[in-house]
Design a protein around this ligand. Structure first.
Ligand code: NAD
Length: 418
């Protein structure tokens, strides 16, 4: 088997299958993406020249509902990464019992190199290229790394132009003015925050935690704000510029305003914290929050981790061999498909609100999110206790049970929208 990100992700499926009596047909179906479309997007640059960009949309499995998953704009985006992310989305939606399958999209681009007008043309061109497979009952994109509400707004508008109708449920993470949901901006972090709060006693975490955060973008900044508001100490954060730490706790407001000004976290070094040559992984803390990219914690650095609990806000931040090292050290990992599922859960709320044309107040969004995180987080914890396995394997077992039930219920001719 080749060493691809998808193949490494599939290790989790095989592990989970050993705890359930699953029909081999179910595993065969879940081992391959159902459909991956690759396109070359050509856009006009501001100087009049044309430039092309590779782009993908993967619909991994739609047995439980229309496929759902973000679109990332990243210079290292690949087809393999897109498929692995779509696989994780399939399991994430099943863990949370959302009526969705899993999908994902990407454009290989460094969006920092584009003007705002070029970025808009690229976003619209993505929707033009993939509108055939996207739709509110077929495949519903959302933001991911280096995409945001503004980009989702452009894509939604483009879809409306193509279809000749206003169909807000085609994409989530939109600006509020275009039918976005209140509470979508911090939903990923908030879901992880509710999960840790709910399991604090089971995880043996102290009342006042010390927390290190790797990656200080959307997910990283919001989790820092939420935990700091409860009096926990954010002792270290990092971004692509490097890391900064303060054993007594960093000034989170100061860090947030620094990032808002477009400055890196290390620009506060000397004033509010100590710059570190290395990342935050070996910081002495209770909770480590990877909130950057995949594979950041690997066999080469996992042994240095000193946290007792890891909350995976990023997708796939820990490689399978690093997982084993952390398990041997007794570190509890709250796995990505559960820990960062707050984002897709509030995306689901947005889709529901768009379809019913009735919009919920922020408190209702938070209450519904908390209820689902606590229900599914508690269930995964219970599976982990019952089977004596890690929370990661337990989350996959929990999801696989639901996926297997749906695949078997479909019979021998599974329906796939095409
Ligand atoms: P983002 O682009 O807003 O932030 C990413 C951050 O990671 C940036 O601060 C960047 O500087 C930092 N980073 C990148 N490489 C780094 C490195 N080598 N070391 C330290 N920091 C580094 O992205 P985001 O939306 O916050 O997403 C972060 C992770 O969370 C991704 O894995 C994403 O798939 C996952 N996620 C995000 C959402 C969401 O709703 N935003 C939902 C689910 C999962």
């Amino acid at each position: 088997m080749t060493d691809s990100l998808l193949n490494r992700a599939l290790v989790r499926l095989d592990e989970a299958a050993t705890y359930l009596e699953v029909d081999p047909d179910v595993l065969e179906k879940l081992k391959f993406p159902r459909e991956t479309t690759k396109m070359r997007l050509m856009i006009r640059m501001d100087d009049g020249s044309r430039k092309s960009f590779l782009a993908w949309r993967c619909r991994y499995d739609d047995t439980r509902g229309p496929t759902k998953g973000g679109i990332r704009f990243h210079p290292q985006a690949t087809e393999d990464e897109t498929e692995a992310l779509a696989f994780w989305m399939t399991f994430k939606c099943a863990v949370m019992n959302l009526p969705f399958g899993g999908g994902k999209g990407a454009v290989r681009v460094d969006s920092h190199d584009l003007s705002k007008a070029e970025l808009e043309r690229l976003s619209r061109s993505y929707m033009q290229a993939f509108s055939r497979i996207i739709g509110p009952d077929r495949d519903i994109p959302a933001p991911d790394v280096y995409t945001n509400a503004m980009i989702m707004g452009w894509m939604a508008d483009e879809y409306n132009h193509i279809s000749g109708e206003i169909i807000p449920a085609v994409i989530t993470g939109k600006p509020i003015a275009l039918g976005g949901s209140l509470g979508r901006d911090d939903a990923t972090a908030r879901g992880g925050y509710y999960l840790v709060r709910h399991l604090t006693r089971e995880l043996g975490l102290p009342k006042r935690m010390s927390i290190a955060i790797q990656g200080f973008g959307n997910a990283g900044q919001h989790i820092a704000r939420l935990f700091a508001a409860d009096g926990h100490a954010i002792v270290a954060v990092s971004d692509t510029s490097g890391a900064i730490c303060s054993p007594g706790g960093l000034d989170v407001e100061q860090l947030l305003s620094t990032k808002q000004q477009g400055l890196p976290v290390t620009s506060l070094a000397g004033r509010d914290g100590i710059e570190r040559r290395d990342d935050v992984l070996d910081i002495d803390c209770d909770l480590l929050v990877p909130a950057a990219m995949e594979d950041m914690i690997h066999a080469g650095n996992a042994a240095a981790i000193r946290a007792t609990v890891v909350l995976e806000l990023a997708n796939g931040p820990i490689t399978p061999d690093a997982d084993l090292i952390l398990r041997d050290k007794g570190v509890v990992i709250l796995p990505d498909i559960l820990a960062n599922a707050g984002g897709v859960t509030v995306s689901y709320f947005e889709w529901v609100q768009n379809r019913q044309g009735l919009y919920w107040p922020l408190g209702e969004v938070h209450d519904r999110l908390r209820a689902i995180m606590e229900r599914e987080g508690g269930a995964v914890w219970q599976v982990s206790r019952d089977t004596g396995t890690s929370c990661r394997t337990a989350a996959y077992v929990h999801a696989l049970r639901r996926l297997a039930e749906a695949i078997e219920a479909h019979g021998t001719q599974p329906f796939f929208t095409s």
